[in-house]
Design a protein around this ligand. Structure first.
Ligand code: ADP
Ligand code: F6P
Length: 320
């Protein structure tokens, strides 16, 4: 393979730039040219493609967001859009593509592979919702951001004997909420993977914590459950505790990537190029027990994401 492309697609995540750098440098070390495709699949359709060199990716490992920009591109799902994308690959000499993104982006990658452009996916999303890997690039940074923000909220609720009901991101996956619940000592953690009863799992837990001497309360709610404003109102009216709702939102997606995200991005970006260089495609790279793995992309789609029941149960034991 003489030339590969790299693109970032779907929601950006901290560490995407470190992964772009790893792809470009790994390719360069193997004598493979690397083309940067801007704004995900949109750039492939529009021909927004420029060469990236080992030196052009200097000074990006520490940057949040994506220097290649990202987009959601419905046109790519159409036969017409796909045809233009393939024509552009030919025009720019792109023989394989490393796709940095989530599940949706990987589905696009299989469409390209099926039409003769081998692709390998690198899981980049703060949600940690890709079943074939224990870890997705950006998750750790998002956790640290959310934790820092909730620590700040704790200062103010602690000063006023209040309750803070906080929504964290994650789409349909409760992993961010789960880890944040543990890390911030939330009185209750609510995730989409586990059914919950508001009386037992929230009101009664607040009541027990109050009896134990606690005077401020953090309730962490995953985005996939939602309803934080209603919950705060209910808590205030039923428990007589002033309650405020906060949706942290997109702040969780920004910021300089943590060491874990930079290192994981470097490892996974490198493996993706290694695979393409060997002529292997339709794989999703990932981590399992701290080792780099790669999985057949169609197998990956069929996998069921494992839920950390141990963390969920632990938060109930440790957190008042
Ligand atoms: P993520 O990769 O974060 O899951 P999206 O689901 O928004 O993000 O997908 C990103 C892009 O991938 C979409 O805008 C579209 O261009 C492409 N894509 C998503 N699903 C498909 C699909 N089923 N077939 C082809 N392309 C897809
Ligand atoms: O997938 C990352 C994520 O930030 C999710 O946590 C969230 O549900 C979604 O993207 C938000 O999407 P948008 O950027 O389109 O608002």
């Amino acid at each position: 393979m003489k030339t590969i492309g790299v693109l970032t697609s779907g929601g950006d995540s901290p560490g995407m730039n470190a992964a772009v750098r790893a792809v470009v440098r790994s390719a360069s070390a193997r004598g493979i040219k690397c083309m940067g495709i801007y704004r995900g699949y949109k750039g492939l359709i529009e021909g927004n493609i420029k060469e990236l060199t080992a030196t052009s990716v200097c000074d990006i490992i520490q940057k949040g967001g994506t220097v290649l920009y990202s987009s959601r591109c419905p046109e790519f799902k159409t036969e017409e859009g796909m045809k233009i994308a393939i024509d552009n690959c030919k025009k720019f000499g792109i023989e394989g593509i490393v796709v940095l993104g989530g599940d949706g982006s990987f589905r696009g990658a299989t469409d390209l592979s099926a039409r003769g452009i081998p692709c390998v996916g690198v899981p980049c999303t703060i949600d940690n919702d890709i079943a074939s890997t224990e870890y997705t690039i950006g998750f750790d940074t998002a956790l640290n951001t959310a934790c820092e923000l909730i620590d700040k909220l704790r200062d103010t609720i602690g000063s006023h004997d209040r309750c803070s009901v906080i929504e964290v991101m994650g789409r349909n996956c409760g992993d961010i909420a789960l880890e944040i619940g543990i890390a911030t000592g939330a009185t209750a953690t609510i995730v989409p993977e586990e059914p919950f009863d508001f009386n037992t799992d929230v009101l009664q837990r607040i009541s027990s914590a109050k009896k134990a001497g606690k005077n401020h309360f953090i309730i962490v709610v995953a985005e996939g459950v939602g309803g934080v404003y209603e919950m705060a109102k209910e808590i205030e009216s039923k428990m007589n505790i002033v309650s405020r709702a906060t949706i942290i939102g997109h702040i969780q997606r920004g910021g300089s990537p943590s060491v874990k995200d930079r290192v994981t991005a470097s490892l996974l970006g490198n493996r993706a190029v290694e695979l393409l260089a060997k002529g292997i495609s339709n794989r999703v790279v990932g981590m399992n027990n701290n080792e780099v793995i790669d999985t057949d992309i169609f197998e990956a789609f069929k996998m069921q994401k494992a839920f950390r029941t141990d963390l969920y149960e632990l938060s109930k034991v440790l957190n008042l």
